[in-house]
Design a protein around this ligand. Structure first.
Ligand code: GLU
Length: 447
């Protein structure tokens, strides 16, 4: 089906759900939560490429929104009730795929936005996965290891067959890690029965190496981000050696991006997380900072830097700014304050559309999340393949594949942005959406 033949996309549509009114206030969609920000981005790309309106309608809401409430016994004998989610956005190109987030601010709308982002990421890379995201609304820092294990296992059990190695494959995200994935894997394995056990190992990715994880998965998102920065620097004839950067959020993505960039001669001059912000114009050692975070849980108290405010952090002089914390941290004020050449979105959805417009006006480049942080799901796909084939790839093989994939996709995004005169985010959406639209055109809708 030629996209041009389809009906134009109506303005300000939240697609029709049978029986529900469709009236929408455009303003609330421009600066609301992660879901509405994602919807505005989809809208923009859909119009730029003339996406068939029926495909747009399908993609505007997730296919499934699963909510489970489950009790867990705490160490002191009390029972607490937890609320867990799994949002399955789209699976036209393959099994739902995406992380599990443990955070006290988890909401259904946030996960809907994050699940959709996974659909675009996989499609952008031509990885045969769809998009999903899950989470539990609680603060993992307030619980012992034993409680975390029981919470994870009960959540997995509550989800039941809503996840599966060929159906929906979770991975780590904010507040979860390889250990969490191994608990999910083990719980799932024990539920399917002993003859199936080893065949379902790939029900999750991001596992420990011993339990079937892939070499290079832990560093993959940070490494993929650096491949994008490298390509950007080449295009802009900018020398990374001797450059400066700041990072917001020093978890898996931020810390690995910082360590790898430092190896290339770039200097970390500012950092921050949920506890506070630090600066040192002479540079901070990301390895030492990472050790500090592992021991204390945050960057706060690190000796090799001066304490600053959040406002001061966003005004720091630097070449590269990497938001790698939670979503929607870069608003209008931050966009006006930033003094960098490029914003590299390590986090999912860090930038409000209004902020994006200001950055563009100020000549600051934005490398979009669905491209920049997609190294994680790319190596998750390699892990899933290794498990499926009972193989173990060495680190070099994973790294070579990741570099090739990231750089090829980056080049496609850049070229399409140039050709169609759109920003990189819209170009990245268009590449993914064209693949999805083609699949719908060929398969049609059942029945
Ligand atoms: N949570 C990561 C993301 O947002 C990884 C997803 C995955 O590996 O499936 O991309």
């Amino acid at each position: 089906m030629a996209p041009q033949e389809s009906a134009p996309i109506p303005t300000a549509t939240i697609p029709a759900i049978a029986g529900l009114p469709v009236a929408v206030d455009t303003r609330t969609r421009l600066s609301g939560n992660l879901y509405s920000v994602g919807a505005a981005q989809l809208d923009k790309a859909a119009k730029a490429m003339n996406l068939p309106s029926d495909v747009y309608t399908i993609l505007s809401q997730p296919k499934n929104e699963i909510i489970v409430n489950f009790p867990v016994r705490m160490d002191d004998g009390r029972y607490l009730l937890f609320k867990g989610y799994r949002v399955q956005h789209n699976n036209i190109l393959g099994p739902y795929k995406g992380g599990i987030r443990y955070h006290e601010d988890v909401t259904l709308d946030e996960l809907k936005g994050l699940a959709a982002a996974m659909t675009w990421k996989s499609a952008l890379h031509d990885i045969p996965f769809g998009g999903g995201k899950g989470g539990i609304k609680f603060n993992p820092r307030m619980h012992s290891k034993g409680e975390l294990e029981r919470i994870t296992r009960r959540y997995t059990h509550a989800l039941g067959s809503n996840i599966g190695p060929e159906f929906d494959v979770p991975a780590p995200d904010v507040g979860t890690n390889a250990q969490t994935m191994v608990w999910i894997m083990d719980t799932y394995m024990n539920v399917v029965g002993f003859s199936e056990k080893n065949a379902v190992r790939r029900v999750v990715t991001g596992k420990t190496i011993t339990c079937g994880g892939s070499y290079g998965r832990e560093t993959a998102t940070g490494q993929g981000l650096v491949h994008c920065v490298t390509e950007w620097a080449t295009d802009r004839k900018f020398n990374l050696n001797g450059s400066t950067f700041t990072v917001q959020g020093f978890g898996n993505v931020g810390s690995w991006a910082a360590k790898i960039l430092a190896k290339m001669g770039a200097t970390l001059v500012g950092v921050g997380d949920y506890k506070g912000y630090l600066a040192n114009p002479e540079g901070m050692n990301p390895h030492k900072l990472s050790e500090h975070v592992t021991h204390t849980g945050s960057v706060e108290g690190y000796r090799g830097a001066r304490k600053i405010t959040r406002e001061e952090f966003f005004g720091l002089e630097c070449d590269i700014f990497i938001p790698a914390a939670l979503e929607l941290e870069v608003g209008v004020d931050e966009a006006r304050a930033l003094k960098c050449k490029v914003v590299v979105e390590g986090a999912n959805g860090p930038t409000y559309p209004e902020a994006e417009a200001i950055l563009a006006e100020r000549g600051i480049d934005i490398l979009p999340d669905i491209l920049v942080n997609s190294g994680g799901v790319a190596v998750s796909y390699y892990e899933w393949l290794q498990n499926k084939r009972s193989e173990r790839w060495d680190l070099e093989e994973v790294e070579v594949r990741l570099e090739k994939r990231m750089k090829r996709t980056y080049g496609m995004v850049r070229d399409l942005a140039d050709e169609r005169k759109v920003d990189y985010r819209t170009a990245a959406y268009i590449i993914g959406l064209e693949r999805i639209a083609r699949a719908y055109a060929e398969r049609g809708i059942f029945p």
